[in-house]
Design a protein around this ligand. Structure first.
Ligand code: NAP
Length: 273
């Protein structure tokens, strides 16, 4: 049976095995897709063992995405730009190609939601692995400006410099955001808003702002609730992105793209909100 997996630490919470089972069922494919908890220090060995045992592909989640990029023999342009890999594709001879489908997944979800990015002003909170993955694909949509705001401003600046579009991409410190005008699209790509202590800079949101949290379900709610209180009428969590990035991984492995809408609708009933 074709073997796939998601590697992370922890990984028990991952919805990927459920999503990929639904995708495989659409085509009548038989496959195994396991969640494998991998402490970073054992990742290289476990990936080798997985390949030797016939593993054909894997997803990679926190905190292994950057390490995964260093273990690949080839990287897609998106993975090179992100220096982070969320999809491993088996090559002949126990070699791996790495891709990053987070950005294409987010853009696909924006399209599903009818969110237009051309000429818009995007503010991204956070400059971690997720922002690395989404920055290039968001830039490719032709926004007027992308502001990256991070607690550690040097990381935001680094990303702005690496983007090759300094000026269109700007770096700010998270605690200076009160000086900014309202965003058209505000993306929370931090792992910070978990209910305690974080406050959305006043003025960053107005009635026209669309707020999107990359996390989903209950985890996304504190940030989205603050955005609603600040006046935005449109908020979304990252469940659609999760399903879309998974569909891109599936397409790499199987050569066909599954339908995402029925899987997202069913997953929404499980996750809630
Ligand atoms: P990460 O690499 O660990 O980065 C975390 C970011 O959060 C950094 O910018 C960090 O700032 C910031 N941060 C953490 N705690 C903070 C605090 N107390 N105050 C202010 N800033 C804080 O994580 P990631 O991989 O980028 O993931 C970010 C989020 O995106 C997670 O919730 C993840 O689940 C989600 N995600 C969702 C999908 C999807 O498919 N829906 C895909 C990828 C990621 P510093 O740089 O200052 O430390």
């Amino acid at each position: 049976m074709n073997q796939y997996a998601v590697f992370g630490h922890p990984v028990a919470h991952s919805r990927s095995p459920w999503i990929h089972a639904r995708f495989a069922a659409q085509f009548g494919f038989e496959q195994s897709y396991q969640a494998i908890d991998v402490p970073p220090e054992t990742f290289e060995q476990i990936l080798w063992d997985f390949g030797e045992a016939g593993g054909l592909g894997a997803n990679v989640t926190l905190p292994l995405k950057e390490q995964a990029a260093t273990l690949c023999d080839e990287l897609s342009e998106a993975a090179q730009r992100a220096r982070a890999v969320n999809t491993l594709i088996r090559l002949p001879g126990l070699r791996w190609r790495g891709d990053n489908t987070d950005g294409i997944g987010l853009v696909a979800d924006f399209q599903r939601l009818g969110i237009e990015l051309v000429g818009r002003r995007i503010v991204i909170l956070g400059a971690g692995g997720a922002t690395r993955g989404i920055l290039g694909p968001l830039l490719a949509q032709g926004p007027r400006e992308i502001v990256i705001a991070n607690r550690t401003p040097e990381r935001a600046l680094q990303l702005a410099l690496e983007s090759g579009a300094l000026g269109t991409v700007q770096a700010w410190a998270l605690d200076e955001l009160q000086a900014l005008e309202a965003a058209d699209v505000l993306v929370n790509a931090t792992s910070a808003w978990r209910g305690e202590g974080m406050a959305l800079a006043f003025g960053l949101v107005d009635a026209g702002t669309i707020a999107y949290d990359l996390s989903y379900g209950a985890t996304a709610q504190p940030f989205l609730a603050q955005a609603r209180q600040a006046g935005t009428a449109e908020v979304h969590d990252g469940l659609g992105m999760l399903v879309e990035q998974a569909a891109e991984s599936f397409r790499h492995w199987r050569g066909v793209r599954p339908q995402t809408a029925p899987v997202l609708a069913e997953l929404r009933t499980l996750v809630g909100h």
